[in-house]
Each structure stands twice: as C-alpha cells, then as structure tokens.
Write a protein that binds this ligand. Structure first.
Ligand code: ATP
Ligand code: MG
Length: 552
C-alpha cells in the first residue's frame, strides 16, 4: 500500500472515525458464505478488508457466513482458508455465524418481547401478495396482531420442530407502508429441516441473511462492515435491527463489486460450469477462482497489485481482464527464470557438428546476473519452433530461411543449408551448419545476425504436455447477454499440445514453479504432471495478444 496515494472513500471514513476517537481501533471482517470457491471478486474484498486492518493496525475476522444449511460444505471452508492465506493475509479470528445461532435466537426473542416481531402463518405467495410494490404500500398480514405470548409460544414450537418447512416464518414488525421494501415486515427466521455442516441437526429454524449478518457484526464488535453495492437497500434494516436490539453499533459501508471482462463472477454460475462439465473443476486454470488462477500460474503478489490498481469505487464498472494479465506479466517478468522450450517442434540438424558429441553451454536465467545462470546441453540434433523457419522468407524476416544466418540462443550462429518436406508440404527437417567461432560469450566470428531463436537438444530434451488457455467466454460480459450465459462459452479456451520439448533443467521443476519459456510466455508446472510427462500451463503470453491499451 503506497503512502503517497490519495485515500479511498472508506479510508476517509475510517480516518475521520479514528480522529473523533469514536473507535479505539478498527475491526473489519471478510464474511464468505462457504458455498463455493473464492474468485477474483472476493480477492478485491479480501485485499480491502485485510488491507484496512493492516494499514490502521486494527483487527480482521475471517467469518464464515454459514447460516444457509443446504448449500454449505466443509470442502469450501477449507478452500477459502487456503486461498486467503495464499493471498498473503492472516486473520485475527476464524469465526462462524453458526456459532451465534443461540445468541441470534435470543435476539429474536428480544424482538418478540418488545412487540417488534411476529409469527406469520401465511404462505410465501400470500406474503408476496401483501408486500405492495415500490409505488404502492403493502398491507398488514392477518397474523400481525398476535400477542407477545402467542408469538413466544409459536416461535418456541417452531424451534422445537413442530412445523414443516415453510409453514410459518418469523417477521420483524416494522412498517408495511415503508418506502424501502426491505422494511415491510421482513422475514427474519424460516423453518428448514436440513443438516448443517457444523450444527448438525440441532436447528430446524435458521435466521435470514438480514438477521444474521448485522447481528454477527455486532457480536464481533465489527466497526466497519464493508459490503457490495447491492446491499445499500439493506442498510436501513441493518441499522434498525441493531438499534432495536441495543447491541454494538457496527456500521455498514458499500463499494462497487469487481466485474471483469470475458468471465462470470457469481458462485452460482461458476458452480454450473463445474457441475455441467464446461470446466474440469473449481481450480480449472480457466476459472476466475483464486485456486484456478493459482494453478494457472498467477502469483499472489500480482493479484494484490491488481486489486490495488483498480481501487475502490462507489459505482459499478467492468474491468478489462488485460489489466490483470498486465499485472501478472509484470510480476513474472521480475521473478520467473528464463528457460528454453519448443512448443511446435521441427528438427534442425547441424551437419558439421560431430555425431554423438555434446557440450554444456551457459545460459543466463534472466535479464541480469542476479538471476544466475545454468548449463544447457547442445548437440547435433535440435528441436526448434516450426514458426521460426520460412521457406520463402517475408521482408524483414530475421529468423531461419534457406541460406539465412541466425543465432541459436546461448549457442552458435548457424546458416541454413537445406530442408525436407513431406508429401503434404510440411517441413520435416532442416539442415544447417554452425560457425564454431561464434559461440555466445566468446564470439570471435565478427558476423552480425539480427535474429536469435531458442532450441532444445533432441537427445537431452524432456517431453512435455503444454496447456494453452484462452478466454473462457467469447463476449465481454456474458452475464449481460440474452439467454443463458453458457451459450457464450469459448469452445477453444483450452488447447493441449501433447508433445512439446523442454530443456533438461526442468526435470527439477516443482508444481507451481514459474518460468518464462523464452519468446513464448510465462508457464508453470501443473499438478497433473507425472514422472512420465511434465505438464505446463501457460499463465499468460509475453505480450497482450488482444492488443488492448492497458490503463495503468
Ligand atoms: P457470489 O455472488 O459470487 O455468490 P457472494 O456475494 O454471494 O458472491 P459471499 O461469499 O457472500 O459471496 O462474499 C463474501 C464477501 O465478498 C462479501 O462481502 C461480498 O460482498 C464480497 N464479494 C463477493 N463478490 C465480490 C465481487 N465481485 N467484488 C467485490 N467483492 C465481492
Ligand atoms: Mg453473499
């Protein structure tokens, strides 16, 4: 977090609050519902909430908002903890809204005792019919005037399991004519006979979001409860409940959620992609999930930088995914060692290099000495990229062509003498001779060449599978298109290269290690790699192939 930057609007609020001495210290929370894996949108909220706690020496809770029993699973809890920690953040407390069920139940009893809540037997349709519309007031439910005692008896029976799902609800008694529809006697408890991942079968009534979130904030003495813009209409109810219950005055603030081009960012949609087989798993490298991005080769640093760059706004917008790609390129350029890999191989034979001979050449791992160097074996037969040879070279072609001279990276200058083709016209082999005095680092040849190409020695190469990813969707904003968002999936989002070759130093690569395959992009070793075959993911190409201006 750079100090010179101007404050965002939440920092301004916090600094004003701290200046008045209203709060001794700030306390934020990140409250995921454990019903899916975290995505890049969550990363924005994580960076904001944890960032504020760090910047203002406050506290931050990781709170699982697990009040909805049917959709939540422990697998998700574990993945969320792993992802937040991987992003580089430590939480003060790990907490669960479900731990407050007893307390929240007591809050409901308090409201009933104050004459501020009632049990309603109406069906969902009947409740909706009396709700009114934004321009028309609602009407009171026939059950609204139940006595406090009757409400206490019925609510106790609801808890004891006397009723079926949906038979009754508990509603706050506020104002059926309120301008804000959320204030028209909102439902605060419902009956749901479902097993909960932590409380088991203890409860058959569960608090609604609006009667769990703010109450959990209060119980934890959260000072600044930051959520996304769609909760603005809930703020009035958030404050009403806290005021009526006379509990810790947590305050809600809203910022614009992150939307990004060529992807979707709702757990419900991401879950569909997984369960319907459009992607392999939640951590498929094409997914905008933190785990998918990590597997693809994004670094935590690059994601944090991205979140810092996009900043915090009060209005929704759509962020260009190429900004995220820019951030990862910038980080990988700094940290990824350079190695040689040939993705679309064609054989090059150095006819004047003795058969059976090989030598170790020194190649730099990066743009300067701090990266160190490694040795790379060179021999008579090499793999080079098919696209580095042109039978009839175009103008300004500085790579290989009949008669042309080119430097082999960290090795020698060669001159192409001949080539072979199959019946379909595909190049099958290229012959060249090398110039022994032109060895990199000890070049006395005085020959100047304009092009340098990479290569891998055939005898020493390791076979690798390379997975190239493209955008998961064909359109910028699939959620806003007509029809089902899945109609806009890019059918070519994954290209698998079965037989690429990489230099032997990659034998020691570990899962998740980042590399720059020179001239080809940034890659990382995938978890599906095996002793038979290395598997690499392309994180991002070296340059933005979509050629869009990146706004810094
Ligand atoms: P989804 O719509 O993907 O299911 P959610 O809001 O239901 O998301 P939660 O688990 O409730 O997911 O989110 C935890 C926190 O992350 C909330 O405070 C929420 O506001 C925030 N958050 C979720 N999505 C985004 C996003 N796209 N940008 C910024 N913050 C987000
Ligand atoms: Mg939510």
């Amino acid at each position: 977090m750079s100090e010179e930057k101007s404050l965002n609007f939440i920092e301004e609020i916090i600094e004003a609050d701290l200046a008045t001495g209203h709060y001794g210290a700030i306390h934020t929370r990140f409250p995921p519902e454990p019903n899916g894996y975290l995505h890049i949108g969550h990363a924005k909220s994580i960076c904001l909430n944890f960032g504020l706690a760090i910047k203002y020496s406050g506290k931050i809770n990781l709170r699982f908002d697990d009040t909805n029993p049917a959709k939540e699973e422990t697998e998700y809890v574990d993945s969320i903890k792993e992802d937040v920690a991987w992003l580089g953040f430590n939480w003060t407390n790990e907490l669960y809204a479900s731990d407050y069920f007893d307390q929240i139940y007591e809050f409901a009893v308090t409201l009933i005792n104050k004459g501020l809540a009632y049990v309603d037997d109406s069906t969902p349709d009947e409740i909706a019919a009396l709700k009114g519309s934004p321009t028309e007031p609602g009407k009171n439910s026939p059950f609204r005037n139940r006595t406090i005692d009757e409400n206490l008896t019925l609510f106790t029976a609801m808890k004891a399991g006397a009723y079926q799902d949906g038979e009754k609800v508990l509603r706050a008694k506020i104002d059926m004519a309120a301008n804000n529809m959320h204030m028209r006697d909102p439902i605060i408890y419902r009956i749901k006979h479902a097993h909960h991942h932590r409380t088991g079968d203890k409860w058959c009534i569960y608090p609604m979001y609006d009667f769990a979130h703010g109450q959990s904030d209060s119980i934890e003495q959260i000072t600044h409860s930051i959520c996304t813009l769609e909760f603005i209409p809930h703020r009035e109810l958030y404050e009403w409940l806290i005021n009526q219950l006379e509990i810790f005055p947590s305050k809600q603030y809203e910022f614009a959620r992150l939307n990004m081009t060529y992807t979707v960012m709702s757990k419900r949609k991401l879950l569909q992609l997984v369960t319907e087989g459009y992607v392999q798993s939640w951590d498929d490298p094409r997914m905008p999930t933190i785990s998918g991005m990590r597997r693809r080769g994004f670094t935590a640093e690059s994601i944090r930088n991205f979140c810092e760059r996009i900043g915090i706004a009060k209005r929704e917008n759509l962020i260009d995914v190429s900004l995220l790609e820019f951030c990862v390129r910038e980080d990988l350029n700094r940290i990824a060692p350079r190695v040689m890999a040939v993705i679309d191989p064609v054989k090059l034979i150095i006819t004047n290099y003795p058969e059976g001979q090989s030598e170790e050449l020194i190649s730099e791992n990066g743009p300067d000495e701090t990266y160190g160097s490694r040795s790379v074996p060179f021999s008579r037969e090499l793999w080079i990229e098919r696209e580095d040879f042109m039978e009839e070279p175009a103008k300004k072609w500085f790579r290989l062509a009949p008669g042309a001279l080119v430097r082999l990276k960290s090795a020698y200058i060669i001159q192409c003498n001949s080539f072979e083709k199959d019946t379909e016209g595909n190049i099958t082999a290229i012959q060249a001779s090398y110039i022994p005095e032109s060895k990199s680092g000890a070049d006395t040849s005085e020959i100047k060449v304009k092009g340098t190409i990479h290569w891998v020695s055939v005898a020493h190469a390791l076979e690798a599978e390379i997975r190239l990813y493209d955008r998961l969707f064909k359109v910028e904003n699939p959620s806003q298109e007509e029809g089902d968002f899945k109609e806009y999936i890019n059918p070519d989002s994954l290209q698998i290269i079965q037989q690429a070759y990489v230099e032997p130093s990659l034998l020691t690569a570990k899962i998740g290690n980042h590399y720059q395959f020179i001239r080809k992009g940034y890659f990382c070793l995938d978890k599906e790699t095996s002793s038979e075959k290395l598997v690499f993911n392309r994180t991002v190409s070296l340059k933005d192939a979509w050629a869009k201006e990146v706004k810094k």
